[in-house]
Design a protein around this ligand. Structure first.
Ligand code: GAR
Length: 206
């Protein structure tokens, strides 16, 4: 096996599956705030498990490298995760950012990226893990909900909280109206969380 010299730049890899609006919020913040100059960091690649993910074209428009690893081409979760890991590792990322990445990751993958793998979830964790978070928050009579950026563990939507945003639930809210308001807060929250983590991370030795 050949060894690869560590990258002097703090690489970020984003994994996503669909619209990619959180990915774009991070990408735009990185460009607007010149993360390369101010944090020594860059968004190295956006990887999708779905070839039809809208976010792929959006990332390409910002000249960000994209890659597709189609989970349907693999006959086991382990085989898919192994291919994904090879692709992600080629960038030696300091941070692997799940942004609407709708796949359950194997324990081996999660362990490999321990301390480098974060996710955003549309609820105030630990409340409402899993799906249909907005409807469940409305049905429970919550006055507030929100979004959480957290470290990824093997347990779905668990892990130490990095940062949260609170969003009020208004009279007459539907799951859709609430989801839209939460999503707009996600677009502020996720770039803030990534920036803060990059500031805390030590530059990889060269
Ligand atoms: C976001 O609301 C994100 O919080 C959610 O998927 C959406 C992706 O939107 N993630 C989860 O539910 C993970 N458990 P995007 O593709 O436009 O960023």
């Amino acid at each position: 096996m050949t060894s690869v010299a560590p990258s002097p730049v703090k690489n970020i890899v984003i994994l996503m599956s669909g619209t990619g609006s959180n990915m774009m919020a991070i990408a735009r913040a990185a460009q607007r705030e010149k993360w390369h100059d101010t944090l020594g960091a860059r968004l190295a690649c956006v990887i999708s498990n779905r070839p039809d993910a809208q976010g792929l074209a959006l990332a390409a428009q910002l000249s960000i490298a994209t890659q597709v690893i189609d989970h349907q081409q693999f006959n086991s979760r382990e085989a898919f995760d192994a291919a994904l890991q090879t692709a992600v590792d080629s960038y030696q990322p300091v941070l692997v950012v799940l942004a609407g990445f709708m796949r359950i990751l194997t324990p081996g993958f999660v362990a490999h990226y321990a301390g480098r793998l974060i996710n955003i979830h549309p609820s105030l964790l630990p409340a409402f893990t899993g799906l249909h978070t907005h409807q469940r928050a409305i049905d429970a009579g919550c006055e507030v909900t929100g979004a959480t950026v957290h470290w990824v563990t093997t347990e779905l939507d668990h892990g130490r909280i990095v940062r949260q945003a609170v969003v009020p639930i208004l009279p007459g809210d539907t799951a859709d109206t609430l989801a839209a308001r939460v999503l707009s807060q996600e677009h502020l929250l996720y770039p803030q969380a990534v920036r803060r983590l990059l500031q805390q991370l030590r530059k990889p030795s060269s």
